[in-house]
Design a protein around this ligand. Structure first.
Ligand code: NAD
Ligand code: TYD
Length: 335
């Protein structure tokens, strides 16, 4: 394994993964293949842009010719797929791009992996299990996605299973919980709340705010993907999270406290339709491979808040144009 095609590598987790791999493996090459949707951003990769082991291709994973060209040109041996439409609220407004990229795009990559005999890793999500009323999701639990986003990611996971069984593609899947950290587009809850709080704007909390998520630090997730890529068993799925959940209202209060802002900034807004009130993962399978999360939620949040405070250059320009249009539709027009 030396030449990695990192699809969706200009997004939040993908760009952190590129940096992680370049730091850890001096002889690896990272070829980012990204369409640069509203969520893709070359600023995320600014610090590696001149690294001779990094290259960037602007293209769509649904474009089979472009995928094959990239594989031949860069002698790719491994695909790590981060490319996806990722925001639940946008999938509720319009699911079209989710089905195209998350399902059909995964199919295109699997066909390429089959044709060229590549190792394939899929970056999946814990949202495919749906609302976890009690206990913790295990990898062999039934998939019960409840949002169009989660359903599109579940579709991808099922396709991967079929390609492993039928075509013997060497694939693995990780199902990660919510990530936080540097370079997350400010529509996701943590960067949205942090950047709004910095500007003394309201923090729109859905419903009662008692929904629970397992927020993990993005570099812990990157390390887990690395471990599964190198030591995971082909055909297997691995949950990735901290195994601890936090209520959204608690997370919001902690952000305000870290920034020295008043709790009166929290504004309860109508709940998301079909909102999964809790995700919770059993992470014992991944831990058995030697992985351990190195950040508590508090440490992860503290680092994340500090990064947004110190990197206004990165996020302030994103909160304009398309973002403001989305913000208006999502928050101002639906009340
Ligand atoms: P993101 O939205 O920040 O980035 C997605 C990237 O994919 C962007 O750079 C975008 O330009 C690119 N992209 C979208 N459609 C494409 C297409 N058709 N062809 C090529 N590139 C395309 O997402 P993220 O938060 O970094 O998530 C990355 C992956 O991890 C996704 O597959 C997501 O489902 C999964 N995941 C995310 C989280 C999380 O908390 N963010 C948790 C678990 C799993
Ligand atoms: P989000 O970051 O969209 O991730 P996901 O829905 O994929 O888990 O949301 C995380 C949690 O925060 C989720 O329970 C919904 C809630 N949330 C709010 O309360 N307000 C918001 O403005 C957003 C975007 C999310």
């Amino acid at each position: 394994m030396k030449n990695l095609l990192i699809t969706g590598g200009a997004g939040f987790i993908g760009s952190n993964f590129v940096r992680y791999i370049l730091n850890k493996y001096p002889d690896y090459h990272t070829i980012v293949f990204d369409k640069l949707t509203y969520a893709g951003n070359l600023d995320n990769l600014r610090d590696v842009a001149n690294d001779p082991r990094y290259a960037f291709i602007r293209a769509d994973i649904c474009d089979a010719d472009a995928v094959e060209r990239a594989i031949r040109e860069h002698r790719i041996d491994t695909i790590v797929n981060f490319a996806a439409e990722t925001h639940v609220d946008r999938s509720i407004m319009d699911a079209d791009a989710f089905i195209k990229t998350d399902v059909y795009g995964t199919y295109v990559l699997l066909e390429a992996a089959k044709k060229f005999g590549l190792r394939y890793h899929q970056v999946g999500t814990d949202e495919v299990y749906g609302w976890v009323v009690e206990g913790r999701s295990r990898e062999d639990d039934r998939l019960l996605p409840r949002s169009p986003y989660a359903a599109s990611k579940a579709g991808a996971d099922l396709l991967i299973h079929a390609y492993v069984v039928t075509h013997k593609v060497g694939a693995t899947i990780t199902r990660g919980s919510n990530n936080i950290g540097p370079y997350q587009y400010p529509e996701k809850v943590v960067p949205l709340f942090v950047t709004n709080a910095i500007d003394n704007l309201p923090l729109p909390l859905y419903g009662d705010g008692k929904q629970m998520r397992d927020y993990q630090y993005v570099l812990d997730h990157c390390e887990a993907i690395d471990i599964v890529l190198h030591h995971g068993k082909i055909g297997e799925v691995y949950n990735v999270g901290t195994g601890e959940e936090t209520e959204n209202i608690v997370m919001a209060r902690m952000i305000l406290k870290l920034l020295g802002k008043p709790e009166s900034l929290i504004q309860h807004v109508p709940d998301r339709p079909g909102h999964d009130r809790r995700y919770a993962l059993d992470i014992s399978k991944l831990c058995a491979l030697g992985w351990k999360s190195t950040h508590t939620f508090e440490e992860a949040l503290r680092k994340t808040v500090r990064w947004y405070v110190e990197n206004e250059w990165w996020w302030r320009k994103l909160k304009s144009g398309e973002y403001l249009e989305y913000y208006r539709k999502q928050y101002l027009e639906r009340r």
